[in-house]
Design a protein around this ligand. Structure first.
Ligand code: PLP
Length: 416
């Protein structure tokens, strides 16, 4: 980051300027200004990201790693620069430890297939937590069915916080991997991942962290966390869809078998045998999402310019304000009241179905999520069929929370 950017980052968010960076915020929804409170599902993209993608296709488009012509060299350079930027953003020891994937889901599946599957014996355990997204549940279930391993689940309390004592008791030499979400998309809980990694390390258990919701909200340092695998998605952090990454310790990547076969991941091929490339190329078979990676690099530049501490502080203020303001709405009940929470407010409104709530506030221009948020066990735990969820991003304002509160109050009165 240059000095001007650093100075700006230290001054806090210039919200008006931030909002002006997002063209979609100018549009109307049902003739009302858009109030976008669904960033946990997918964030909006700033001009810097849109322009990076557009610029790539307009000026540099070519396939990477395989051309001697200038365009191909430029495209390769831009793609690899993006890898370097993203690796530095999470303080990875080397950009060679950063594998581009389609996103968090593919990163977790890659670890399941290439790292864990060959290491599992019947009776081994995979540990996850009660608040995982389906993408950190189903790949492990499939693996258990295939290998005879057993999936164990760390419980949580009624605030949506992990039961750390239970977690400590569940760690044993039978556990071959622990998967944990850093920030829950359904509850907003910020889990003590650093502490969890320390506990797991004492038993030699590798830890996979689902960082999908953490990346857009707070600074991430994979070395400080002490995890083994870190997974995230570009579209949650103001970058494009269809791109994300897996960070893994070099020794793991080296020991892992390729996930998919094809071009780029090989060094030498005969009909008898193929010799594989080094990581990260070993895990990037075929033509990758080049523009997506470049767009994600631009998103990282953008977040760095804002300053992740400013981002986290802004969202913390909004969350505090929103939690108080929404509590005044008739029938409002927050689901997820952890002491350490990020910008996610899941709730029920009396006994009005969440889908009705979502549909009615949409008429006020307010976009919120409704349903199980791809974390069905969380809804089951709280005994609700679904929740509504307002999730916060860097462009949200206090006034927008007021619009949501007002729309919810009107909804509540309609059903009174
Ligand atoms: N993990 C969490 C906590 C999420 O919120 C999401 C998406 O909502 C995912 C994983 C899956 O991300 P993707 O669909 O981008 O692979």
């Amino acid at each position: 980051m240059n000095q001007a950017a650093t100075d700006k980052a230290q001054r806090g968010l210039d919200l008006e300027k931030v909002r002006a960076d997002f063209p979609i915020l100018e549009r109307l929804v049902h003739d009302k200004p858009l109030v976008y409170l669904d960033t946990a599902a997918t964030a909006q993209r700033p001009l810097a990201v849109l322009e990076a993608i557009d610029g790539f296709y307009r000026k540099h488009n070519a396939n990477i790693h395989r051309g001697v012509h200038l365009l191909s060299q430029e495209a390769t350079e831009d793609y690899e620069q993006a890898r370097l930027k993203i690796a530095r953003f999470i303080n990875a020891p080397s950009e060679r430890e950063l594998v581009f994937t389609r996103g968090t889901t593919e990163s977790i599946n890659l670890v399941a297939h290439s790292f864990l599957r060959p290491r599992l014996q019947p009776g081994d355990e995979i540990l996850i937590t009660w608040m995982e997204h389906h993408s950190n549940i189903v790949p492990w279930q499939l693996l258990c069915e295939e290998t005879g391993a057993v999936l164990k689940v760390v419980p949580m309390n009624r605030d949506g916080e992990l039961e750390m004592d239970a977690l400590a008791e569940m760690l044993s030499e039978r556990v071959k991997l622990l998967g944990v979400v850093q920030i829950s998309n359904a509850l907003g809980t910020v889990n003590p991942v650093m502490e969890i990694c320390q506990m797991a390390r004492q038993h030699g258990i590798p830890v996979l962290v689902d960082g999908a919701q953490a990346m857009p909200h707070q600074a991430v340092d994979v070395q400080a966390l002490g995890c083994d695998f870190y997974c995230f998605s570009g579209h949650k952090m103001y970058g494009p869809t269809g791109i994300g990454a897996l960070w893994a310790r070099a020794e793991h990547l080296q020991s892992m078998q390729p996930y998919q076969g094809g071009g780029e991941m090989i060094r030498h091929v005969t009909f008898e045998k193929s010799e594989f490339n080094e990581a990260p190329a070993k895990f990037e078979a075929g033509t990758p999402n080049i523009a997506g990676a470049i767009g994600l690099g631009a998103a990282v530049d953008y977040l760095q310019q804002l300053g992740m501490d400013n981002v986290a502080a802004h969202e913390a203020q909004l969350l505090a304000y929103g939690s108080e303001k929404l509590a005044e709405v008739d029938g409002f009940r927050m689901i997820g009241t952890a002491a350490n929470k990020a910008g996610v407010m899941s709730f029920v409104l009396g006994d009005i179905h969440a889908n009705d709530v979502g549909t009615l506030v949409d008429l006020h221009g307010v976009a919120i999520r409704t349903g199980h948020h791809c974390a069905m066990p969380v809804a089951q735990f709280f005994g609700v069929p679904a929740t509504a969820r307002a999730s916060l991003g860097i462009y949200n304002t206090f006034e927008e929370i007021d619009v949501l509160a007002d729309a919810l109050q009107k909804t509540s009165e309609m059903f009174a």
